[in-house]
Design a protein around this ligand. Structure first.
Ligand code: AQP
Length: 331
């Protein structure tokens, strides 16, 4: 029977943080046993925002190591460096010809990045969702484990798939997001989401216990005398959200009761939260170390998997070229 294909990618912009891990990687881990999965480090997307050419290769390797450390199993899923499979770019060009520019200009992520880097508004940035659609559709991905912030981009991918199918005949499935419990991890600052580009907002998956403690110590809290409902926003909300996801329901409940009874001690909560976060991350860090110390093992995986990915990708490109009416010469 045909197994559903799963695709997801993370930009090569630095170490993974808890948001990437809980919102995306946890979903990948859940799906790799059951489905045909391709998980990518999307380096072509990383160059759409300011970056250092001297550190791009390292940043790409870092995400690969974080993936392997987290438990992506090279025997169960394909691990891809996006730019090793140039068919991503080829498909994105074909798809770009059927999608309106005005729709791309309206996307919230484009507007946010434009505001964040007003001197770095490039074609690639505008084109990002088309390339992301091509990333998924190249493998005919049906499920996409990503955080909730990626929903507008997935909508674009579905619109493109629909439009292509109606113009050239049934070709692509409409990809759906696979949501994890941690689909939205708030920032340690208490404002917005945990984000690589916002200093002080994140805990990296490679942070040691002391670093985690120092980062949590800076999370803003209240006097501990408020009581009532747990706030929906701010530093206290972030602590409770992380406690629920990493400490479990029981521990979370204990602190909820303390909060309601106005006897919460945030120093204790932060200490316990640091411990449960570190407990979750320590096995990842140990496994990661093995791959870090054996780069040839990683290189062999990447080489072998790039070939396998390209085999699938070439079939899609052939089908798309034929359906769009390009000249195809058989060997
Ligand atoms: N805070 C988050 N909660 C849940 N999921 C999250 N993701 C990111 N932040 C959170 C998910 O992680 C994956 C990688 O996202 P990306 O490739 O877009 O990486 P990024 O944009 O570099 O990650 P950041 O931290 O969001 O960086 P900046 O600050 O540059 O925007 C996606 O599945 C995403 O949903």
């Amino acid at each position: 029977m045909h197994k559903k294909r799963v695709y997801s990618g993370i930009r090569a912009t630095g170490r993974l943080h808890l948001g990437n891990y809980l919102g995306a990687v946890k979903g990948m881990l859940q799906l790799q046993d059951e489905y045909d999965c391709v998980f990518s480090v999307v380096d072509l997307h990383a160059v759409t925002t300011p970056y250092e050419s001297t550190s791009l290769a390292d940043a790409t390797r870092t995400v690969i190591l974080d993936y392997l450390g987290a438990g992506l199993d090279p025997e169960k899923c394909l691990i891809e460096v996006q730019s090793f499979v140039p068919e991503h770019i080829e498909l994105s060009y074909y798809l770009s010809t059927i999608y309106p520019v005005s729709r791309l200009e309206d996307l919230p992520t484009y507007k946010d990045k434009k505001a964040q880097h007003p001197k770095y508004v490039n074609m690639g940035l505008l084109y990002y969702p088309v390339l992301m659609a091509a990333d998924i559709l190249l493998y005919k991905g049906e499920r996409v484990p990503v955080g909730i912030d990626q929903e507008p981009h997935l909508e674009v991918a579905r619109e493109i798939a629909r439009k292509f199918n109606s113009m050239f005949g049934e070709t692509f499935p409409e990809p759906k997001r696979f949501a994890t419990e941690g689909e939205y991890i708030p920032s340690l600052t208490g404002e917005g989401k945990m984000s690589k580009s916002v200093e002080g907002s994140f805990i990296n998956v490679t942070d040691d216990l002391e670093t985690i403690q120092q980062k949590l110590a800076k999370v803003p809290t209240d006097s501990g005398q408020l009581g009532g409902q747990i706030p929906q926003e701010g530093g206290v909300a972030t602590l409770f959200s992380l406690m629920y996801l990493l400490g479990g329901k029981e521990l979370h409940h204990k602190y909820v009761l303390d909060y309601k009874d106005k006897k919460i001690r945030y120093a204790d909560m932060k200490k316990e939260l640091s411990d449960v976060i570190y407990q979750e991350l320590r096995p990842l860090q140990e496994k990661r170390k093995y791959y870090e110390e054996n780069p040839h093992v990683v290189d062999n995986i990447l080489r072998e998997h790039a070939n396998k990915c390209q085999e699938i990708a070439r079939q899609t490109i052939k089908e798309v070229r034929e359906k769009m009416g390009f000249l195809v010469i058989n060997n």
